[in-house]
Design a binder for this molecule. Structure first.
Ligand code: ASP
Length: 344
């Protein structure tokens, strides 16, 4: 790594890339090629920044597997030529996208920082500038010639999170994300402070980058609620070609013990549908078998999602389903951290 780190900035779409036409009041896309003209402060970072944009930037509500593959392809193609990557996407699905990308890279040795903003970059009160400048700063931060961050992260409103631990929690406040089960990897105050002991990739043997691009989306999230009925659950487990269910349960992984419910889940497991239990609570962990109400789930072969977020669980499921694993291996990999996504 040189003293002028090279950073690749990829704009996929979202509010951050808009500017307001003050005459008409309308928002229009911003030309990222001109980023350094609009934010001259970027020069002070002392990096070489190159920008690239999706041909047709998207609102992140339209994110899907082909777009995730596109992001991964762009990073992979440019991996050797840059010291760090900053990916701009809309915040609405950023927790999913950044979690997905975290699973799609194995042996990552460079920073991939996702960010965006609540207000367009051209707005007077925008949060875009700080998010963007600090994300680039983080992506360029290095120590003894190697990047400090060697994983996929999400930066928003003064905090750097492990991407696959995040959830969007607020639609209008600048503090739009949180990571309930894992502390921030860095905090931006007067100084940029890294929590070095939490970072991945410290002193590990460096193997070649591997990409995983076989994600499968024959999956569903089933959030239980008091009053959920048999017709609904039966319809879900009979979705043609369904391969996986993320079951959002109560508290520490608890679900109804009614016979019809347990039997339907058992039927699904027998059909080789993989079921993972995560909690509906914002924080904390599933402890399968802790209460009688989760003992039955354990008995029938439901997998323990521990303290995974729903976002991370669904994309981990898409990733592991694409790897064609036996039930035993699928369960083993689901229940252990692959990219720091759960607490072991
Ligand atoms: N709807 C926008 C999106 O997710 C919101 C944002 O950019 O934050 O693309």
């Amino acid at each position: 790594m040189t003293n002028n780190p090279k950073i690749l900035l990829l704009y996929t779409g979202g509010t951050i890339g808009m500017i307001k036409d003050y005459q008409t009041g309308a928002l229009r896309p911003f030309n990222f090629e001109k980023i350094q003209e609009r934010i001259p402060e970027l020069h002070q970072l002392g990096c070489e920044i190159e920008t690239i944009s999706f041909e047709e930037p998207i609102d992140s509500s339209n994110m899907n597997i082909p777009y995730w593959n596109q992001i991964v392809d762009i990073i992979e193609e440019n991996y050797a030529n840059y010291d760090g990557f900053v990916i701009l996407t809309g915040s609405d699905t950023m927790a999913y996208t950044s979690s997905a990308v975290s699973f799609m890279f194995e042996n990552l040795q460079k920073p991939v920082i996702f960010t965006g903003s609540q207000l367009p970059i051209g707005d007077l009160r925008t949060d875009a500038k700080e998010n963007l400048i600090t994300s680039i700063h983080i992506a360029a931060s290095h120590e003894e010639g190697t990047p400090i961050i060697k994983e996929v992260c999400l930066y928003f409103e003064y905090k750097l999170y492990r991407a696959n631990r995040t959830t969007k929690i607020n639609a209008d406040q600048f503090e739009a994300f949180t990571s309930m089960n894992f502390p921030p990897l860095a905090e931006s105050g007067v100084k940029l402070k890294f929590n070095e002991h939490l970072l991945l990739g410290k002193g590990e043997f460096q193997e070649n980058l591997i990409t995983r691009k076989n994600m499968i989306n024959d999956v569903v999230i089933l959030k239980i609620f008091p009053g959920i009925n048999e017709v609904t659950v039966r319809a879900i487990i009979n979705i043609p070609n369904l391969k996986g269910i993320v079951l959002e349960t109560y508290g520490s992984g608890n679900a109804p013990t009614e016979t019809w419910f347990v039997n339907l889940l058992k039927e699904a497991v027998e059909k080789n549908i993989r079921i993972v239990d995560v909690t509906q609570c914002a924080g904390g962990s599933v402890i399968l078998g802790h209460y009688e109400t989760s003992q039955e789930l354990l008995n029938i072969g439901v997998i323990n999602g521990k303290d995974l977020t729903t976002e991370s669980a669904i994309v981990k499921m898409m990733y592991l389903l694409g790897e064609n694993l036996s039930f035993e291996d699928f369960k083993k990999y689901f229940e252990m951290p692959l990219r720091g996504e759960l607490t072991f």
